[in-house]
Design a protein. Structure first.
Length: 223
């Protein structure tokens, strides 16, 4: 199980927000986070990843404490077994597709998995290309594959498909579903697209004014 309690004073375009959430996820769940811009959705992911510090909070993943402000515990991002994909592709421009993926392999292990994933995302023939030669959809496929290669305990997706056209979004949603299922991941995805959340997830959290006001089935919320 993944449990977290996070409190953080945030400042957005609409003024100050007192973010305060208390959540639990079961292994293998994919949960969508939905809400207005500036509500703190991305901040939640960044705190889970260790890229932002809460004012107070607690994160426990599979019995391992990642963060506990009360007891002075805070694992560095590289110590938290996460995968994270942003709207920006965040690929290393000086590395080829293959080298970007190899970077995610711990100790260079599991090379067979690397080539299997390249095959899955249809990028095997482009393994030697650098990112500037790839389309937006191809770059995001590589970014998703790189996150999956770590077989993370928690996969965090922050609007990963919002910059892509409708057809490419649909294709990459299929990749996300396949990776989530095949790698038995626990996933949180932030999206402003109700159709995308309804297709990908079976559970939805709606964030308003710093708290989750809904926790349930996406289709029941978006009717």
């Amino acid at each position: 199980m993944i449990e977290f309690q996070l409190a953080k004073k945030l400042t957005g375009a609409g003024g100050d927000i007192a973010l305060q959430v208390d959540c639990r996820l079961q292994p293998g769940e994919m949960v969508g986070i939905y809400g207005p811009s500036g509500a703190g959705k991305s901040s939640i992911l960044r705190m889970l990843a260790g890229l932002m510090s809460p004012d107070k909070g607690f994160i426990q993943v599979g019995g391992e404490v990642w963060m506990d402000t009360k007891n002075g515990v805070s694992l560095r991002p590289q110590q938290r077994h996460i995968g994270m994909v942003f709207q920006e592709y965040s690929l290393f421009p000086n590395m080829t597709v293959l080298q970007n993926l190899e970077f995610a392999l711990e100790g260079g292990r599991d090379k067979a998995l690397l080539w299997e994933i390249l095959e899955i995302i249809g990028m095997r023939e482009l393994a030697g290309q650098r990112p500037y030669l790839l389309s937006g959809g191809q770059k995001q496929r590589v970014a998703l594959a790189r996150a999956m290669l770590r077989r993370p305990k928690l996969l965090l997706l922050d609007e990963p498909l919002s910059a892509l056209d409708r057809e490419m979004r649909k294709n990459l949603q299929s990749y996300i579903l396949r990776f989530h299922r095949d790698f038995q991941l626990t996933t949180l995805i932030v999206s402003h697209d109700a159709a995308e959340i309804s297709r990908l997830t079976e559970r939805l959290w709606v964030l308003e004014n710093g708290t989750f006001v809904y926790d349930g089935a996406p289709k029941a919320y978006f009717i």
